[in-house]
Write a new protein. Structure first.
Length: 660
């Protein structure tokens, strides 16, 4: 080659390389959209072969992306399942086994915190209070729309604890409109398929005989709204879209109406779809876990995966599925994968045995007091227990389960105690969440505890009792709970819930009797102790009430309601100094407790401490300016101080706010 031509070719090649580098440098990072649909069975979607539903938007996403035929949850409960999704870790690492007053450790990286550090705008819109920010999944989010009112306890406001999918989508689209100019991560959580099934029209009519399907169809509409927005704004082609269930729904299989109690595949098998820009569609036939979502997303966007992550990226598996047309998964590691799963709901709520299991391509092993083994290829309904017939397989699966637990345990679980207030705990119980008792050391399996298979009827009776109670049918609830006590006289939740039902019926001596039984059976059950103290006060047992409420505060120093009501009892006994001390404790725990400041101010006023009283009553008015009684109390203190003009103003404000 002529030297001049060689130099020209070299220059052109160099310029081309510089051009490629410039394009790479200016290429926009991929956006990330995560859509989780609560309580969604894979086999109730059109793209998974279900013929009795219309889910065109999810089906369309599956046609454009990779559909995972056999994806499984780690835990069939909303909070711990989403913890695995967002952290890529198992519960024995994170400590988030259930919904029992735990909070994700701020030391643990989340998908949002990692992407935020990489320069992403991060937003989340939640459909249910069970993912409220006080449980820690808000870590890394610039915008976390929970905003649930836990203080509204009456039946008329039960729906306030669940946000309809259309409202979730409205808020998500509004956030996108303000933040999609830069790389973003949006998590949209739809709760609609969760029990009770109450789809809006036209789905309520169209699916009148299958309301669960109607809720899914309604959720599909909201998915479509989000996808259409991405396409209309020309964002879709540069966005990774992940759609997943968090767990399934039993729908009566194995005697379980909903989810959480067992770990059969009716509640563990979930849909999983991942659409990547410029990637061909495909189907993955092998097993994957929701713990794989975080590392997969980070791998796809080119962000380093934190060392704590225990899931594995699925990018290579997705590529193989596309190259093979979805006919096989060539990775030996993938084919031979064994998944981990658990539920601690029976243990934490009822002190029955937890369930832990492993699943491979052929077998599903469940470790229980009476272990179970199912061939899911020939028995997908898991009706024929082969544990005794296939001892070698069973022991191999059990050994793999033990190794998995050992390999993925943190030594000391990271979750923190939330310090949830009583109002929140009662609301979560009304939704079927939160522990009734401690359940012991969760790190130690105890096969001497009752097998959940032997307690499913009892569990459903208690679930029905909770549902009856939250709808105000207290006697019906009591009748169900009495049936439980006939077969299980030492059931803490049965006695506890009966106590609450009697309390709501204003049958306080009966409430005291049942709550005392609950406390005798579980002395450290802080909420039972608190409610016992309340029932004793209403029953006129003031001295026992004081002792009980003080014990409640020893067990849970965050219980501002216990401190406040302790002050009320001291007031009734005309022990002003003790009352003031208790009220002061309530506002120290919860500085925003307006009635606590008012009660403290009133008590200080009775003691003649006018200046201190004024400070507390001004604070009460600042916190609750719409409440007439706050202005009335402040007016009294101002008058006592000789500030007549200001007292008159507060009296006028109170009159204006008073109901006509």
């Amino acid at each position: 080659m002529h030297p001049a031509l060689f130099r020209l070719g070299f220059v052109l090649a160099l310029l081309n390389a510089v051009s490629v580098l410039a394009q790479t440098a200016t290429k926009s990072p991929l956006n990330v959209v995560l859509i989780t649909i609560d309580t969604l069975r894979a086999d109730h979607l059109g793209c998974y072969g279900y013929k009795n539903i219309k889910t065109p938007n999810i089906d369309g996403l599956a046609a454009e992306g990779t559909r995972f035929e056999r994806a499984f949850a780690v835990v069939p409960v909303t909070l711990p399942s989403h913890t695995s999704i967002l952290t890529g870790t198992y519960p024995m690492w994170s400590g988030m086994h259930d919904f029992s007053g735990n909070r994700l450790s701020p030391q643990q990286p989340t998908l949002a915190s990692v992407l935020k550090k990489a320069g992403y705008q991060t937003g989340a819109v939640l459909g249910a209070a069970v993912l409220d920010s006080r449980f820690g999944l808000n870590q890394g989010f610039d915008f976390y729309y929970d905003h649930f009112d836990f203080s509204r306890l009456d039946e008329a406001n039960l729906d306030e604890m669940e946000r309809p999918g259309n409202v979730v989508a409205d808020t998500a689209l509004d956030w996108l409109a303000k933040n999609s100019q830069n790389p973003f991560f949006l998590w949209m959580h739809l709760y609609d398929p969760h029990f009770p099934y109450r789809p809006p029209e036209p789905y309520a009519t169209e699916y009148a005989s299958r309301l669960y399907d109607g809720e899914i169809a309604f959720a599909d509409e909201q998915v479509g709204r989000l996808i259409r927005y991405l396409k209309e704004k020309r964002i879709y082609d540069n966005t990774i879209v992940v759609l997943s269930g968090d767990h399934g729904e039993s729908l009566g299989e194995h005697g379980e109406k909903t989810h959480g109690f067992f770990i059969y595949n009716s509640t563990m098998h979930v849909p999983l779809i991942i659409k990547r820009p410029k990637a061909a569609p495909g189907v993955v036939l092998g097993l994957v876990s929701l713990v794989d979502l975080m590392p997969t997303v980070l791998d796809a966007v080119g962000v380093e995966i934190p060392s704590q992550v225990q899931g594995r990226s699925l990018i290579s598996v997705m590529t193989e599925s596309k190259n093979s047309g979805g006919k096989e998964d060539r990775s030996r590691e993938h084919r031979e994968r064994v998944l981990y799963e658990e539920t601690y709901l029976p243990r934490i709520h009822f002190n029955w045995s937890e369930l832990r299991g492993t699943e491979n391509a052929k077998y599903h092993f469940i470790d229980a007091p009476r272990p179970e083994l199912y061939d899911v290829t020939s028995d997908p309904g898991e009706l024929h227990n082969l544990f005794s017939d296939k001892k070698a397989v069973s022991e191999e699966m059990r050994a793999k389960l033990s190794r998995t637990i050992k390999d993925y345990s943190a030594g000391k679980e990271l979750a923190e105690t939330t310090g949830l207030d009583p109002a929140l705990m009662e609301r979560l119980k009304a939704l079927g969440y939160a522990a009734f008792s401690g359940g012991g050391n969760l790190g130690i399996s105890n096969t001497t505890l009752p097998d959940p298979k032997d307690r499913i009827v009892t569990y459903e009776l208690i679930s029905d009792a909770i549902a009856a109670s939250q709808h105000g049918h207290y006697q019906e609830s009591i009748d169900n709970l009495k049936k439980v006590v006939q077969t299980e006289p030492n059931s803490v939740p049965a006695h506890y819930l009966q106590g609450l039902d009697y309390y709501r019926l204003k049958q306080y001596p009966e409430a005291v009797e049942e709550l005392q039984k609950a406390v005798q059976l579980s002395p450290d059950y802080a909420l039972a102790v608190f409610n016992l103290g309340m029932a004793q006060a209403h029953a006129g047992e003031m001295d026992p009430s004081i002792v009980t409420l003080q014990k409640s505060l020893q067990l849970d120093a965050t219980n501002f309601e216990a401190a406040f009501n302790l002050g009320v009892v001291f007031l009734q006994k005309q022990q002003l100094e003790f009352a003031a001390s208790a009220f002061r404790q309530s506002v120290t725990i919860n500085p925003a407790l307006a009635r606590g400041h008012r009660a403290l101010g009133e008590t200080l006023l009775y003691e003649g401490k006018i200046d201190e009283a004024l400070a507390e009553l001004r604070r009460a008015v600042d916190l609750a300016p719409q409440e007439a009684i706050m202005h009335q109390s402040l007016a009294k203190a101002l008058s006592a101080k000789g500030l007549s003009a200001e007292a008159d103003q507060e009296t006028q404000r109170a009159q204006q706010l008073a109901p006509q």
